[in-house]
Design a binder for this molecule. Structure first.
Ligand code: GLN
Length: 549
C-alpha cells in the first residue's frame, strides 16, 4: 500500500528566545492530532554539547529522559505531555551529535578523500536526521529549531531547512516564525519593527516564512496584522496572534481560535486526510477541571534549583496533572534546600500539605533535604521522594532511625562507614560522564500491599524511566525493613531497589525512578494523583484539628 507523504512544519523563533516555541510546536501538534493526523515533533538544538545531560540545570533547565534512555531537551517533555506520544533519541538532535557523526564518518574514510564541509556534509546530516522518521507513518513532522534566527549557531539548521523545502516542494513543507510584538508603554503602541527585521533575516538565508505566530501582551488589531502581512510577504490569515495566557494548556485552544491548524492544513494540502472538526474532548475536560477547582492543596517542592522553574519542569507539570485529576488547584511553594534548616523548617513547611523531594546531584543543599524529610516523617506529612529524593530519605532513615549518624551516599562521602547509597557496579568502569548513567525505561515489580501498589491501582508490573548512577545498598535491606522502611519495588532484571515506603506513616513514598517523565494531560501519572490525593487528606485532617492552614 502506498503511504501518504510525510509533510513538514518548521518552527523557528525571531526577536528573542523564551517565546515559547516548544509550547507552540506542542499546541499545533495537538491540534493536528485532534484532526486525526499522526504527528511527532523534533527539536534541533544548536549547542555543541552532544546532549544536555552534562549541562547544569541553570544553563538549560531540566534534562528530559525519553523511554529509550536519551537525555534530551525539556521541550520533548512538552511534546509528550501535550500529544500523549512517546518520543525517542530521534526527536532531539544537537550540533554536538551532528558533528560527532560527521567526524566519525570522516575518520572511517567514508568521504572518500573529499573535503568535509558545513555545506553539504553537516547540512546533509541534519536533513537525514530530520527525515529519519519518515518511514514511521507520520502525516506531519513538526521541526522546532532552537535559538533565534540570526544566531551564528543556527545557520546550518536554517540552511538545511532551506534545502529541505526546495527538495520537498512547497506543498510539503511550511515554515512558521514565532516572533514578538512588544508593547511600548511610553508610546502606547505595539511595535512591529523587530518582527520585520527577523523576517528579513530569515529571507536573507533564503527562507520565506509562510506563517507568523506573534507573541503579544495585547490583542493585535486587523490594521496591525495588515501592516505585518505587507512588510513580510505573509498572508493576513497567516498572521496569528499568540496572546499571553495563564496556563500553557490554554495555548492549543487559543491557536485553534486563531485558525493556526487550518492554515497549516490548507497550506500542506492535508484537507482530505483530516476530519473537519478537531476532537479535543479530553483536553477541554482537563481545562474545565483546571479552571474550576473545588479547593486547593499546598505542596512544597524542595530542591536546589528553585530559582529556575524550568529545572523541575516535568515535576511541576506532573503536579498540575495530579492536582487537576483530584479537582484541586495546586499552590506550589518552591523551597530552596540550601536555605532550609532544622531551625526554620516549621516556618517554611508548617502550613504545607505535601512535600516533594526533588532529584539532584552533589552535596549542595542536602542538609535542607534531610531536614525536610525528617520533618515529613515525624510530623506525618505526605512525602514523595524522587531519585536523589529516595536516596536522601534512605540516608535520613539510617541516621535518625537506625542511629548510623555517619550514614551517607558514596556519591557525597566515598569513605562513609555506612554506605546506604552506593555506586552501581556497572558504573565503576565508566570513563565518560555524558550518557553513561542508568538511563531510560526499566520494568519494575511492585511487592507487598502498600501505598505504591495502591497508587498503581494494584498493578504489580510497571515501566518507569531512570537517570542515576547510585542505588540503595542491599546490605541494609533487612535492617531498614525491620525498622519500618519497606522496599516495595525492585527492578525486574537486576533486582535493584526501585521504591521504599514507611510503614507507620499516612503516605511516605520514595522512588528511584522518575515518574514525572511519563505524566501527560491525557494520562496523569498515578503516583502524582495519589500524592496529591493524600496531601489533600492531610489538609483536611489539619483543618479538622483546628489548624488554620
Ligand atoms: N545523584 C544521584 C545518582 O546519580 C541521583 C540522581 C537523580 O536524582 N537523578 O544516583
Amino acid at each position: 500500500m502506498k503511504r501518504d507523504k510525510t509533510k513538514y512544519v518548521i518552527i523557528a523563533g525571531g526577536v528573542t528566545s523564551s517565546l515559547g516555541k516548544g509550547i507552540i510546536a506542542a499546541s499545533l501538534g495537538k491540534l493536528l492530532q485532534a484532526r486525526g493526523l499522526k504527528v511527532t515533533v523534533i527539536k534541533l538544538d544548536p549547542y555543541i554539547n552532544v546532549d544536555p545531560g552534562t549541562l547544569n540545570p541553570y544553563e538549560h533547565g531540566e534534562v528530559y529522559v525519553t523511554y529509550d534512555g536519551s537525555e534530551t531537551d525539556l521541550d520533548l517533555g512538552h511534546y509528550e505531555r501535550f500529544l500523549n506520544i512517546r518520543t525517542s533519541a530521534k526527536n532531539n538532535m544537537t550540533t554536538g551529535k551532528i558533528y560527532r557523526t560527521v567526524i566519525e564518518r570522516e575518520r572511517r574514510g567514508e568521504y572518500l578523500g573529499k573535503t568535509v564541509q558545513v555545506i553539504p556534509h553537516i547540512t546533509d546530516e541534519i536533513k537525514n536526521r530530520i527525515r529519519s522518521l519518515e518511514n514511521e507513518g507520520y502525516d506531519v513532522v513538526i521541526v522546532e529549531i532552537g535559538g533565534t534566527v540570526g544566531d551564528i549557531e543556527s545557520l546550518p539548521y536554517i540552511e538545511a531547512v532551506r534545502q529541505l523545502g526546495w527538495e520537498l516542494g512547497r506543498e510539503n513543507m511550511v515554515t512558521i516564525l514565532l516572533t514578538l510584538i512588544p508593547y511600548l508603554t511610553a508610546a502606547g503602541e505595539l511595535k512591529t519593527k523587530p518582527t520585520q527585521h527577523s523576517v528579513k533575516f530569515l529571507m536573507q538565508s533564503g527562507v520565506q516564512p509562510d506563517i507568523l505566530v506573534c507573541r503579544t501582551e495585547r490583542p493585535l488589531s486587523r490594521k496591525l496584522k495588515e501592516k505585518i502581512a505587507l512588510f513580510t510577504n505573509v498572508n493576513i490569515d497567516s498572521v496569528v496572534e499568540s496572546i499571553d495566557v495563564n496556563s500553557i494548556y490554554e495555548v492549543p485552544m487559543k491557536m485553534l481560535n486563531e485558525g493556526l491548524d487550518s492554515v497549516v492544513i490548507k497550506r500542506l494540502g492535508l484537507e482530505n486526510r483530516v476530519s473537519s472538526k478537531p476532537d479535543l474532548t479530553s483536553w477541554k475536560l482537563f481545562l474545565e477541571r483546571m479552571e474550576k477547582p473545588v479547593d486547593e492543596v499546598r505542596i512544597a517542592l524542595v530542591g536546589k534549583y528553585v530559582q529556575l522553574k524550568d529545572a523541575y519542569k516535568s515535576i511541576y507539570e506532573s503536579l498540575i496533572h495530579g492536582s487537576v485529576a483530584n479537582g484541586l488547584k495546586l499552590k506550589l511553594d518552591w523551597v530552596d534546600s540550601e536555605k532550609l534548616t532544622d531551625e526554620n523548617i516549621v516556618e517554611r513547611l508548617g502550613g504545607l500539605h505535601g512535600i516533594l523531594i526533588a532529584p539532584g546531584f552533589g552535596s549542595r543543599g542536602i542538609e535542607g533535604k534531610l531536614s525536610a524529610i525528617r520533618y515529613a516523617r515525624e510530623k506525618k506529612i505526605p512525602l514523595l521522594g524522587i531519585c536523589f529524593g529516595m536516596q536522601m530519605a534512605a540516608i535520613e532513615f539510617a541516621r535518625n532511625v537506625l542511629g548510623y549518624k555517619e550514614a551517607h551516599s558514596t556519591e557525597l562521602n566515598p569513605s562513609t562507614p555506612y554506605p546506604v547509597i552506593d555506586l552501581l557496579p556497572e558504573q565503576l568502569e565508566k570513563q565518560y560522564m555524558g550518557g553513561t548513567m542508568r538511563l531510560g525505561a526499566k520494568i519494575i515489580i511492585i511487592s507487598g500491599s502498600g501505598r505504591l501498589l495502591e497508587a498503581y491501582g494494584g498493578k504489580r508490573k510497571i515501566t518507569e524511566r531512570h537517570r542515576h548512577r547510585y542505588f540503595f545498598n542491599e546490605k541494609f535491606r533487612e535492617e531498614f525493613e525491620k525498622a519500618g522502611m519497606r522496599i516495595v519495588a525492585v527492578d525486574e532484571e537486576v533486582g535493584l531497589t526501585e521504591a521504599m515506603e514507611l510503614k507507620d506513616h499516612p503516605w511516605f513514598v520514595t522512588v528511584q525512578f522518575h515518574p514525572e517523565y511519563q505524566s501527560t494531560v491525557d494520562r496523569p501519572h498515578p503516583l502524582f494523583i495519589a500524592f496529591i490525593k493524600n496531601a489533600y487528606k492531610c489538609k483536611q485532617k489539619k483543618l479538622a484539628h483546628g489548624q488554620k492552614k
